[in-house]
Design a binder for this molecule. Sequence first.
Ligand SMILES: Cc1cc2nc3c(=O)[nH]c(=O)nc-3n(C[C@H](O)[C@H](O)[C@H](O)COP(=O)(O)OP(=O)(O)OC[C@H]3O[C@@H](n4cnc5c(N)ncnc54)[C@H](O)[C@@H]3O)c2cc1C
Length: 449
Amino acid sequence: MWFRHDLRLEDNPAWSRATQADTVEPVVVVEDTLLDAAGPHRRTRYLDAVVDLQDTLRANGADLTILDGPAQIAIPRIAANADSIHVNEAVGPWGRRRDAEVSAAVAKPLTSEWGTLVAEPGTVLTGKGTLSRVFTAFWKVWVRTPPPPLPEAGSAEAVSGGAGIGSRAAELVEQHRRQRSTIASAHDRLASWLDHVDRYDDDRDRPAIDGTSQLSADLRLGTISPRRVLDVVGTSTPGRDGFVRQLAWRDWYAHLLLEMPHMLSSAIRPEYDAIEWLDDPEGLEAWKSGQTGYPIVDAGMRQLAQTGWMHNRVRMITASFLVKDLLIDWRLGERWFRSLLIDAEPSQNAGNWQWVAGTGTDAAPYFRIFNPVSQSRRFDPSGTYIRRWVPELSALADRDIHAPWETAPLDLASAGVILGDTYPAPLVDHASARARTLEAYARAVKPST
Ligand SMILES: Cc1cc2nc3c(=O)[nH]c(=O)nc-3n(C[C@H](O)[C@H](O)[C@H](O)COP(=O)(O)OP(=O)(O)OC[C@H]3O[C@@H](n4cnc5c(N)ncnc54)[C@H](O)[C@@H]3O)c2cc1C
């Protein structure tokens, strides 16, 4: 059993199938290239998840074989004589290509299940048998499609052939085990989320409070199954229903990526690839480092850099700012998010970036442009979130903190804020930036004849 983004034993269809045999060897392959590309927070979360899986196996009298990548070499070497190699299927093109290469090297297909999604790709289709390009239509079918029953593990004896002993990856995991601090498990997070989920509809857009589950990294690493989350939460209240709808978005973007692998690098609606993006390294750098002069944008970008996570509303605001205010290619923003997010997932990241950029399927129309100041006033009215991440503005009054450049000089001075010195002046004027973007998009969509 080769674990990837399904680092759990419970509700794991591939593990259930693998354990129907007499013996099974649980294996993880640590890919240096992926680990090196992950920001510090994702790296920690990944290694935590591997340690937890190893502990769970050890508690059951087994162990986890931890191998150095690349998987194309490691898996054929260890599984040359295995009857079958069990996996939960990958969604992204990189993983699918890797799996095809492994399968070719062992001269047999991998035995695969869909343990990372609620609904299996191909089971949520329109009346015409196609995958809907509109989320609401997908959701209506998704919510009526019963997922397959949660699988029970079999009774195979878990064995370890010692192949991982002395591998660099095994040493890295061991070192991480010694250094790590105790963390809550995915199941603890889900349990405490149940105290809040009924308020999801009211709280989900308020970045200053814990109004969302923060389960995204668990879902990404597979330390909990989306099926389990769905079953535990259910849809009995509007809050629960709204939350479960987000799990459907997650499935939808994964299903879309399987059909459109090119969506990671080009616009889903090809006419938008003609947009003339600005080459603005300084603007990009200011955005990345949370120094744009727009407090809500800077707060979000600093939360991302410092924690590896950002609230969804603020992801939308910061992404919109990069694309629509700075007119910088969404792919550069997608890459930055992908490097830092603990929940970075190509289908979700590119899907959401394209939604914000208006280049994707079922996206917000491009002429609907977020105003970062009104978004800030609406969703962080008391400036609590801004104060947490942009402390140099914390003495400003609630009404002023969203747009310091509109604040009276005396009020700025008494809050200790010097624009252009203690905090940047705004990088762009939103109204003119908006007009520039509308022109650029219009030119791309309706090229002059
Ligand atoms: C520009 C941008 C980039 C994003 N990149 C990623 C990414 O790389 N990985 C990722 O998992 N999510 C991504 N999201 C979606 C969303 O922001 C996160 O899933 C969410 O903030 C995670 O926090 P949570 O677990 O508390 O969410 P909750 O609100 O508690 O939602 C529960 C779960 O539903 C799923 N979900 C929620 N919102 C979305 C959404 N908009 N699209 C798809 N699934 C969703 C997630 O799995 C999430 O854990 C991105 C959104 C934007 C706007």
